[in-house]
Design a protein around this ligand. Structure first.
Ligand SMILES: Nc1ncnc2c1ncn2[C@@H]1O[C@H](COP(=O)(O)OP(=O)(O)OP(=O)(O)O)[C@@H](O)[C@H]1O
Ligand SMILES: [Mg+2]
Length: 581
């Protein structure tokens, strides 16, 4: 930051010095709200949160070297007292940004991909000059000014992430460090509940381009109609990025490798260059294009942009982090956060990455979706249930709609698969040939029923593993009960399937080579019933990991994704900590 004496800080914030604060004492930064991050020369801003009150840590901050505390009441030690610490923080950041006219400010907003895009773009601007970008997702009324305050006279670029939790939020953030370039990625359904509709979300996100000066540039996603329409809301010139011909910065010939990483030709008005992303998921193409478009407007050569994008690896944690265990189990940790759009993107990427392998997913009910929450969560369940997984774990509260959606889609998929198997068997029988091996999916080994705390209690309930319930999917025709001990379709045993037995409606879980097995239907039906997806509800991230541990075999793939509050990265970390069983 630009060094500021306490007297100047008091002036900017209309504050009063207390605690024998020396008006000449100089704050050199960093400005922090976490007392553990204090360094000699810091200003500690005491924020009163829901659980923790920063004022309680004032003395500790001073001991650690803070020059003073920005506080709303006197504390032990030198302080600048203001009526509202967050507002004072914003005032300080505003003054700081105004004192740095040589800095180009780039704002990035959108429902999904802000952090990923910000990381890519900061990589590009760093090629031109010293760049400040937020750590992780610092994008709100606290994180934003804290980031701006890190800039100093050497800084040439600030790449800022702007989040809106309501109308007016982005407008407020743009007042702190007025952007010259505004990037809008997409208008999705994140925080739908707070806004009450996609149009309102578009209105809020568009505040970024409304704040741009005539000399600025709005970088808009041509493929998102609500973003495209923002062109009429800005005085700045507009550059479109996207997949289609109408975008001046576009990706052509997008291909995705077996791990779900995209390659494409980056086309710009002044040339093109090949890009091979190391980031997972096709949605990374859109983020890369957004960063490329902003980089292009800053005058970076296309070859440099393409090279930097191709070298970028995920910088911020838990966003499509793909890790292979020694035993070949691949864990996709996308647990940073989730909304309906990023869930779809993650499942699409996972399908590619896990092709030909047994796939499992750990998800949780999405939040902050307002009235549409249950419907959107049921849709999430249908997405998961219809995506060909061998097993699904839904963790945490409010899982009902997700489970119902998943169960319905899984039953439907199973019925369709069964019909295909039956048709195949009938065709073979009609041709008079020997019974051909019927493709089947390996059921997970080591199935041992639900973990004790899940309360498995049959298909009619919302919790616990449950095969297709009678209403949702009749056990396949011709399928006989599995060998001794297996549950009888329609009459699952209380307490769940016994060790090693088939889940209700599913195939035997024991070893089952391609040949005929006990329990195979007589008289030319399919050799196997189509595999049922195992669906389990668990209370939390730890229980999800414990459940998964019993399911995974070498070579499997797991997707872990849920809303921030569920902390599902813990599941991924636990799964990565152990070897497959
Ligand atoms: N363009 C995109 N479209 C859909 N999903 C995306 C896109 N980019 C990233 N994602 C996914 O969305 C999630 C969040 O990504 P990221 O952190 O980059 O977004 P964000 O907008 O910063 O989110 P937040 O609002 O939580 O800060 C990740 O799971 C990521 O894989
Ligand atoms: Mg973010």
């Amino acid at each position: 930051m630009i060094p500021l004496p306490l007297a100047r800080i008091a002036e900017i914030t209309s504050g009063a010095l207390t605690g024998m604060a020396d008006p000449r004492a100089v704050v050199r930064g960093p400005v922090v709200i976490d007392s553990r991050a204090v360094e000699p020369g810091s200003l500690f801003v005491a924020i009163k949160g829901a659980r923790v009150d920063g004022h309680d840590y004032a003395a500790q901050a001073i001991r650690a070297g803070a020059v003073a505390v920005l506080a709303t009441r006197p504390v032990e030690g030198p302080a600048v007292i203001v009526p509202d610490a967050a507002a004072a923080l914003a005032e300080l950041a505003t003054a700081q940004a105004a004192a740095l006219p040589g800095v180009t400010v780039i704002g990035v907003t959108g429902s999904a991909g802000k952090t990923s895009t910000k990381d890519l773009l900061a990589r590009l601007t760093a090629r031109v000059g010293p760049t400040i970008a937020p750590v992780g997702s610092f994008n709100n009324e606290l994180g934003h000014p804290l980031t701006v305050l890190r800039a100093d006279l050497d800084t040439r670029f600030m790449v800022l992430e702007l989040a809106a939790r309501n109308i007016g939020h982005i407008k407020d953030l743009t007042r702190i460090a007025p952007p010259q370039i505004g990037v809008v990625l997409n208008v999705g359904t994140a925080h739908l509940g707070v806004f009450g509709g996609k149009e309102a979300i578009a209105k809020a996100k568009g505040e970024l381009v409304e704040a741009l000066p005539r000399t600025g540039v709005a970088v808009l996603n041509a493929d998102d109609p609500l973003v495209r329409a923002m062109a009429s809301r800005t005085d700045a010139r507009v550059t479109f990025f996207g997949r289609g011909e109408s975008a001046s910065i576009r990706a052509e010939g997008v291909t995705v490798d077996a791990r779900g990483r995209a390659s494409f030709t980056l086309r710009t008005p002044s040339g093109s260059a090949p890009v091979s992303l190391q980031l997972y998921g096709e949605h990374a193409v859109d983020n890369a294009l957004a960063a490329a478009a902003a980089g292009y407007e800053l005058g970076l050569p296309v070859a440099t942009i393409a090279a930097e994008l191709s070298q970028a690896t995920p910088l911020s944690r838990w966003r499509m982090e793909v890790t292979d265990r020694a035993d070949g189990v691949t864990v996709v940790n996308d647990a940073y956060n989730a909304n309906p759009d990023s869930m779809r993107a993650a499942f699409a990427a996972f399908e590619v990455l896990g092709r030909g392998r047994r796939r499992f997913a750990v998800i949780a009910a999405l939040r902050e979706l307002g009235e549409e929450g249950p419907a959107l969560n049921a849709e999430l369940g249908r997405l998961a249930g219809g995506s060909g997984l061998a097993g699904l774990i839904v963790a945490g509260p409010d899982a009902g709609p997700v489970l119902e959606g998943a169960r319905a889609a899984a039953a439907q998929a199973q019925a369709a698969a069964q019909a295909a198997l039956d048709a195949q068997a009938a065709a073979h029988a009609a041709a008079g040939g020997p019974q051909a091996p019927v493709p089947h999916q390996d059921p997970p080994q080591g199935w041992h029923g639900p973990s004790p705390d899940q309360g498995w209690h049959g298909p009619a309930q919302d919790q616990g593993w449950h095969g297709p319930s009678p209403e949702q999917g009749v056990p396949p025709q011709g399928w006989q009960a599995p060998p001794a001990g297996g549950p009888v379709p329609g009459h699952p045993p209380v307490g769940g399937p016994p060790m090693g037995a088939a889940p209700y409606g599913g195939a035997p879980a024991g070893p089952h080579p391609g040949g005929p097995v006990a329990g195979a239907p007589p008289g030319g039906g399919a050799a196997y019933p189509a595999q049922a997806m195992r669906i389990v509800h668990v209370p939390d991230a730890e229980a999800a990991a414990a459940e998964l541990a019993g399911w995974l075999r070498p070579g499997d793939a797991v997707l872990v994704k849920g809303p921030r509050a569920m902390g599902l990265e813990r599941t991924a970390e636990l799964v990565l900590g152990g070897a497959a069983q």
